[in-house]
Ligand binder design. Structure first.
Ligand code: NDP
Length: 330
């Protein structure tokens, strides 16, 4: 039996509770893991609240992320005692996830944690931080270097936004942080933001082209905010788009792409090939200031996970949340 958060559907009505359940004998689960830490991301909040059809089979243990220690492995790449991290692959959506004290997963989905990152730090980073790293890698791959000019991060006070701000600032970029919570200015400056932009400024209908303002962008919001950002990217710049916190639509035109050579780089973390995950985790180990990571991280007890989930959808969560499952492990 494992102690878990369990989402179920009864008569078309979603239920969620904390209880003891027997781990299913999943055919693809060739590695058993003692979960040390888990976390909450925007997608976990969608699953737990049922606000969006994230969960594809019931009953489901949510948690798209976990860090822990291998208990038993039939996979050649992992052995008992290995420190591992799991992000995505449909875990917490189609396969039982990280909000439980044990998980049975496919070894092909796991990444060995770099030595310098603790199991707790791995979850302070979580899918949000790993995705922020993928966005920075996308900007680099598209030639957006610090000397090209300021870059902009939207949803900056959230999980992806906070880590992206810290990573970019550490690499020497000047970072404009877009937020709906201007009261978080001191927090965003402490992460390395050099200027703060009120989200309102970018929320109206976008023009096809606007004054060139930024060399690159990390966008977690979508909708009008993303359309406005694209219209203000300077010649040859790039926008790494990963989120939909403000909406799924993208009311823009082809003008920025065909007249300014702007690149819209879509970033997906869920199905990312393992080699790119390993690269991202190693870059996080070298580039992310762990004191800044700690300053953006809050611990939420396992018992409080269900109650806190709606705060994500209300845009009230600052930075990252970690959930201790067996914090004695490191
Ligand atoms: P958070 O809730 O931590 O952060 C989202 C931030 O977006 C909020 O803090 C807020 O920032 C801003 N925001 C919230 N609501 C709105 C709104 N209605 N309009 C404009 N801005 C808004 O979530 P995460 O950082 O974990 O995830 C951000 C997004 O990225 C989500 O859509 C998530 O699904 C997506 N994502 C995608 C991944 C992928 O693989 N493509 C992986 C990880 C996340 P502020 O208060 O500063 O304005």
């Amino acid at each position: 039996m494992t102690h878990a958060i369990v989402i179920d559907k009864v008569n078309d009505h979603q239920t969620v509770e904390q209880k003891a359940v027997a781990l299913p004998d999943l055919a693809e689960g060739d590695v058993s893991i003692k979960v040390a830490w888990s976390t909450l991301n925007y997608k976990d909040a969608l699953a737990i609240t049922g606000a969006s059809p994230v969960v594809r089979s019931f009953p489901m243990v949510p948690g798209i992320d976990l860090s822990g220690i291998v208990l038993e492995s039939r996979h050649a790449g992992f052995k008992k005692g290995d420190r591992v991290v799991l992000n995505g692959w449909g875990v917490g959506e189609k396969h039982w996830g990280g909000l439980a004290d044990e998980a049975r997963l496919k070894g092909d989905w796991l990444v060995k944690l770099p030595e310098s990152i603790s199991l707790r730090q791995a979850m302070a980073i979580g899918t949000a931080g790993y995705t922020a790293m993928l966005c920075v890698l996308a900007l680099e791959a598209n030639g957006v270097t610090p000397d090209k000019g300021e870059v902009v991060v939207t949803g900056a006070a959230g999980g992806v936004g906070s880590v992206a701000t810290a990573l970019l600032a550490a690499k020497g970029y000047r970072v404009a942080a877009v937020t709906g919570r201007t009261e978080e200015e001191d927090y965003l400056r402490s992460l390395g933001a050099s200027s703060i932009i009120n989200r309102e400024e970018l929320s109206g209908k976008a023009r096809a082209l606007n004054k060139e303002r930024w060399a690159g962008a990390v966008d977690v919001v979508g909708g009008n905010v993303l359309a406005n950002v694209i219209s203000m990217i300077s010649y040859g710049g790039c926008v790494a788009a990963c989120g939909l916190a403000g909406g799924m639509d993208l009311p823009t035109s082809v003008a920025p792409f065909i007249l300014r050579g702007v690149t819209l780089a879509g970033v997906d973390s869920v199905m990312r090939p393992t080699s790119e995950r390993i690269e991202a985790w190693h870059r996080l180990a070298t580039d992310l200031d762990m004191e800044k990571l700690e300053s953006m991280t809050r611990e939420v007890a396992f018992e409080d996970v269900i109650a806190i989930a709606p705060d994500f959808l209300a845009g009230k969560v600052r930075g990252r949340i970690v959930v201790p499952v067996d914090p004695s492990l490191n």
